[in-house]
Design a protein around this ligand. Structure first.
Ligand SMILES: Nc1nc2c(ncn2[C@@H]2O[C@H](COP(=O)(O)OP(=O)(O)O)[C@@H](O)[C@H]2O)c(=O)[nH]1
Ligand SMILES: [Mg+2]
Length: 331
């Protein structure tokens, strides 16, 4: 820093010699160029620039990270759903169908109230909204890819339930099918920690695979392994499973097929509910059939959290909800 002097005729800056014969390093008249206070007072000089006031921003409204989800869960009880299933099982399609039903106020028994991930829901629904000369597009949804391959992204929905006049929050992950494939083939569970906090688990299966004789055995086998992997990962604290059979518009699997999956769940000590949905429809069936029932089943599912003042020692729900406390955050 260049030094100067408050005395107008002092040449200390050029010659290094103080007009008052003081030591230039300690002379009280000395200043830093550009400042009109002596150097000794440097510590009392106000900060040159003030921190600009931060503008509050709108939340991004993309899929929520697990941390964002934690903040929401501190504020309200959120029904967290673990959604698993092979690639093309219809996981994304079910979420898209749910979102489009809500957008048209056609989800039986529910009304849309809010979403912290509206852009993410809108993004996954783009394909289904494409104008296509009145014909439905071949592929309604894009292949699911995550911004961060190591952690799930959650969709948030706040719905008003007409029967109870209560508002309920849901967190629904849209995971790539490869997560389930690597869970089945390699028992890769490192990214699945969030399942320990799930209220229920949806095992999604393409109904056509369970119906056609050429694919039925293979689909059955892989679905059973998926249930086994999840059950052993959750070790005793297993929330209810729902086998969500998609492509209802293309037919229904046989009783025998359903029975084989129920028997497997029974052997694992898991409650298995069965729901059939047609997220879209290539036939006369109404698109979105079964979705409202699927959502209601989450709220009705047994093993739900106890009433508020119930004896906490008796709490057998097993949900690791307290781990999601984060008192500092804002939702
Ligand atoms: N007609 C009909 N098509 C469906 C249904 N579910 C999924 N699809 C179609 O199957 C494709 C793959 O489904 P998607 O949800 O992306 O599979 P994901 O990999 O499990 O997310 C979608 O683009 C839809 O075109 C359904 O219930 N009915
Ligand atoms: Mg997908």
């Amino acid at each position: 820093m260049d030094k100067s002097c408050l005395k107008p005729d002092c040449t200390v800056a050029q010659t290094g010699i103080c007009l008052l014969n003081n030591d230039p390093n300690t002379c009280p008249e000395r200043t830093i160029i550009g400042m009109d206070k002596p150097v000794d007072n440097i510590n009392t000089i106000d900060t040159a620039l003030e921190t600009p006031p931060t503008q509050s921003r709108f939340p991004s409204s993309l899929a929520l990270s697990p941390e964002d989800a934690q903040v929401l869960m501190c504020k309200n009880y959120c029904y967290l759903i673990g959604i698993l299933g092979a690639p093309d099982a219809g996981k994304t399609a079910a979420l898209v169908s749910l979102y489009l039903l809500l957008a048209g106020n056609k989800l039986n028994g529910f009304e849309f109230r809010d979403s912290r991930s509206i852009r993410a829901l809108d993004d996954i629904s783009r394909g289904a909204r494409r104008w296509n000369d009145g014909k439905t597009p071949e592929q309604m949804t894009a292949h699911t890819e995550l911004a961060d391959e190591r952690s799930p992204g959650f969709m948030h929905l706040r719905l008003f339930q007409q029967s109870t006049t209560e508002t309920v929050d849901f967190l629904l992950p849209d995971l790539p099918g490869e997560w389930s494939t690597s869970l089945i083939d390699l028992n890769r569970i490192d990214r699945m920690g969030f399942l320990k906090s799930a209220d229920c688990i949806w095992i999604m299966v393409d109904g056509r695979q369970l119906t056609q004789p050429t694919t039925r055995q293979h689909a059955l086998h892989r679905t059973k392994i998926l249930m086994q992997r999840v059950a052993s990962f959750l070790e005793g604290n297993i929330p209810p499973f729902t086998l969500v059979i998609t492509w209802l518009d293309a037919g229904t699997p046989s009783e025998q097929t359903i029975h084989a999956l129920k028997a497997e769940a029974n052997a694992l000590g898991v409650t298995l509910n069965i729901r059939e949905i047609a997220s879209f429809s290539d036939t006369g069936l109404q698109p979105g059939t079964g979705i409202s029932d699927l959502i209601s089943s989450v709220l009705k599912a047994p093993n739900m959290p106890p009433a508020f003042w119930q004896d906490s020692l008796e709490n057998k729900t097993g949900r690791a909800y307290m781990r999601f406390r984060n008192h500092g955050g804002q939702a």
